[in-house]
Ligand binder design. Structure first.
Ligand SMILES: C[S@@+](CC[C@H](N)C(=O)[O-])C[C@H]1O[C@@H](n2cnc3c(N)ncnc32)[C@H](O)[C@@H]1O
Length: 219
């Protein structure tokens, strides 16, 4: 692959020049463009699914922190079956472009009214809860770790309310001192819990995913 240099870096801050250079040279950014995915994050879910085989036709899925929608696209592609019109319900604080096969809500997972709307949209228990939620990073590692972990914990609480027995849960976390507590809590509600870093997750990022399978109904 040819290395692309940012043509005019003049007037741009060093951090944004670096960001742009990384985007231009990132094979997953290019692959997302080629394959019509809305984000490079789509490949993280593809890698997670290659390893854990969570998304199969007919499954019902909730996607938390879904915008711009790469994970939602993958989920729709993989669970779509003839009799299930909208098997994927997605939510984000940010507006998201409509996507055939998914019901999309705007709301904050930490807000009770939004969660009530989400529950209503889901209706019946689901097979899989996905969360790629993250707040915008501050650059202060422990603050970013704790803020993202709070979202992962909210996703876990929500998953425990809506999952079918045997269901699955995937959540993004940032490595750090408090992540083992969430891992431990998940082991009480799932038959198996694994840490997984997809190939598309940047090696210099502290991001990883916790994957719980075999949801146990009674905690
Ligand atoms: C890494 S992006 C998700 C990318 C997405 N999975 C994709 O494939 O395109 C993280 C998302 O989490 C959302 N988010 C952060 N806090 C949230 C909250 N409290 N409730 C809902 N979404 C939230 C952000 O708005 C952002 O769109």
């Amino acid at each position: 692959m040819k290395f692309e240099r940012v043509r005019s870096a003049r007037g741009r801050r060093l951090s944004s020049t670096r960001w742009l250079q990384r985007q231009l040279n990132d094979p997953y950014v290019q692959a997302a463009k080629r394959d019509g995915y809305r984000s490079r994050a789509a490949f993280k879910l593809l890698h997670i699914d290659e390893r854990f085989e969570l998304l199969t036709p007919g499954k019902r899925v909730v996607d938390l922190g879904a915008a711009p929608g790469g994970w939602t696209q993958i989920a729709v592609e993989r669970v779509e079956s003839e009799d299930a019109a909208k098997s994927v319900v997605a939510i984000d604080i940010l507006e998201m472009e409509p996507l055939a096969g998914a019901e999309i809500l705007v709301g904050d997972i930490e807000d009770e009214d939004a969660v009530a709307r989400l529950r209503k949209a889901i209706g019946a228990p689901v097979d899989l809860v996905l969360s790629d939620m993250a707040t915008s990073t501050t650059g202060h590692a422990s603050t970013d770790h704790l803020r993202t972990l709070a979202l992962a914990e909210a996703a876990f609480v929500f998953a425990c309310e809506v999952l079918l027995p045997g269901g699955g849960f995937v959540t993004k976390v940032f490595q750090g001192a408090d992540e083992p507590a969430l891992f431990e809590a998940m082991t009480k509600r799932f038959e198996s819990v694994r840490r997984f870093k997809p190939k598309a997750s940047r090696s210099d990022s502290v991001e990883l995913f916790l994957v719980g399978t075999g949801f146990k109904d009674a905690g």
